[in-house]
Design a protein around this ligand. Sequence first.
Ligand SMILES: C[S@@+](CC[C@H](N)C(=O)[O-])C[C@H]1O[C@@H](n2cnc3c(N)ncnc32)[C@H](O)[C@@H]1O
Length: 231
Amino acid sequence: MKRTPEPELMEEKEQVISYDEADFSEGEVKLINQINHYLLRKNISLGEKDLIVDLGCGPGNISEKLAIKWPNTEVVGIDGSKEMISRAEYNKNISTNKNKLKNLHYICSDIKHIKSNNFLLKKRISLLVSNSLIHHITNLEDFFNTIRSLSSNSTVNFHKDLKRPFDENSALELKAQCSSKYNEILTNDYYASLKASYTFKELKHFTLENDLSSLEVFEDGDKYLIVYGNV
Ligand SMILES: C[S@@+](CC[C@H](N)C(=O)[O-])C[C@H]1O[C@@H](n2cnc3c(N)ncnc32)[C@H](O)[C@@H]1O
């Protein structure tokens, strides 16, 4: 299936509310575990000197889980949508874990324009994460240029995203499954996201052609792709 890009930022209020109210916790916990396993395998433990950055953090679900999992680190979530960032700040404030989120801060910025000299990014980034972001980025080189510019050679990158279905029928099947759980706005967004997603081949090809072969790309089940390693 040919890729159909979607708008990068999620700025519509209804869209943000639908996304925020959905329960994606199973996938979020799985992602935190996958990152944790990878760090353990690499013998990396994160502490006071470490900064974790969550790109395209949306309402902050993953950022909060990162901040709780690695309580001695600093965590910064970045999103270009004002609506998403105010939701993330709101969620942090009303969280029953509020006292465990003092190490978490948010920046409202397009990832393409974020500067590593932003005062919240004064430490070198130890772990650079994103979830469900890559498919929003119109040009793959914008995503990879961003992670390259934010990473040092010791930064662990871990980026998970949807995988583009093989054909329209498979996309419609996934859309139908989504509609049995989520509202119409979220279902339509999910369908648009599936069509905007990249394939394993596209991501792998990009890394090989752009001197990024130290990054691994793999298929996580039949719906997801993960890009991880150092740049
Ligand atoms: C599908 S949501 C994922 C949110 C969160 N990572 C999660 O897993 O729940 C994608 C988010 O990426 C943000 N985004 C997309 N393109 C962006 C860009 N160029 N710069 C900053 N944020 C971006 C959108 O505004 C949206 O909040």
